[in-house]
Design a protein around this ligand. Structure first.
Ligand code: SF4
Length: 285
């Protein structure tokens, strides 16, 4: 089983942390303003959202695309032992402080689990690209880093909260880049339109039917881009902003580092292919 399936929100084992801990500012993403640590008025006593089935049309698309990568239930388990325990005030503060760092760690782990699957599945192309005899190659390096990050989840909640997540991202980022380069180097490259590339501003760009196989689009701004029918096979979408991007009919099944929040932020349809580890977002129907 793909290890990433465990890195997703399970609200039945949480206490509605993402609806309480963060501050909201009324915007296109949230229909109201609320301070940090205050429950959203739509949150029920059962820790469930009272408008879950109509978030987008109620003005809360930011909630519809959010995913904690399983951080909510993890910090609840660490702090309370289970979601049926009523937290004390001190435990509430602990939970709220832990949510963001735990989410960051779990997102990094999500990417490393993908890397581990990639270098295992494609070992002939990727396992020896580092040329580092001390690690035995890129695959071993990935597994070692993955195991280090997994171990962070065994820490007591206070130590997990104190993890330097920016430092973690700086440390892991180059490794993700090397895996991406190795995987993309092993497949036929497409002909990405001029101007596409890492961190490119492609907001609203017409990329209809573009052949972007193996393109490096990490951090690219693709807000509202027209990607209908585009081929993004093995394209690196790490951190790419896909809000409102039209991906109807696009090939995303083998895109690299594509997360559920990115898919949920885009507009696809039944023809859009998605990675097997993810479900097709409900609003694509
Ligand atoms: S609208 Fe629903 S999902 Fe969003 S914060 Fe409020 S209770 Fe949570």
């Amino acid at each position: 089983m793909d290890a990433r399936t465990a890195l997703r929100a399970d609200c039945s084992r949480c206490v509605g942390l993402c609806c309480v801990a963060p501050a909201f500012v009324a915007s296109a993403d949230f229909a109201l303003t609320k301070p940090a640590g205050t429950p959203c008025p739509n949150l029920g006593a059962d820790h469930r959202c009272g408008i879950h089935d109509r978030l987008r049309r109620s003005g809360f698309p930011g909630c519809a695309v959010f995913d904690c990568f399983g951080a909510g239930q993890h910090v609840v388990a660490l702090t309370l032992g289970g979601a049926d325990v009523v937290p004390s005030s001190a435990q509430r503060r602990t939970l709220h402080a832990a949510l963001d760092p735990a989410r960051a760690v779990m997102e990094v782990l999500h990417h490393l689990e993908e890397c581990a699957a990639l270098v295992t599945a494609d070992a002939s192309d990727t396992s020896d690209t580092s040329g580092d005899p001390a690690t035995g190659g890129l695959a071993a390096e990935v597994r070692a880093e993955r195991d280090r990050v997994r171990a962070l989840l065994d820490l007591p909640v206070e130590r997990l909260t104190a993890v330097d997540v920016d430092g973690l991202r700086r440390r892991v980022g180059p490794l993700l880049g090397r895996v991406s380069a190795a995987v993309r180097g092993g497949v036929p490259r497409g002909r990405p339109p001029r101007g596409t590339g890492p961190y490119a501003d492609l907001a609203g760009a017409d990329l209809t039917g573009a052949d972007m196989r193996g393109a490096d689009l990490r951090g690219a701004l693709l807000v509202g881009a027209d990607l209908r029918g585009a081929d993004l096979d093995r394209a690196d979408l790490l951190g790419a902003d896909l809000r409102g991007a039209d991906v109807r009919g696009a090939r995303l099944a083998a895109a690299l580092f594509l997360t559920r929040p990115q898919l949920a932020a885009a507009r696809g349809d039944a023809r859009t292919t998605v990675p097997a580890v993810h479900e097709r977002p409900d609003h694509w129907r």
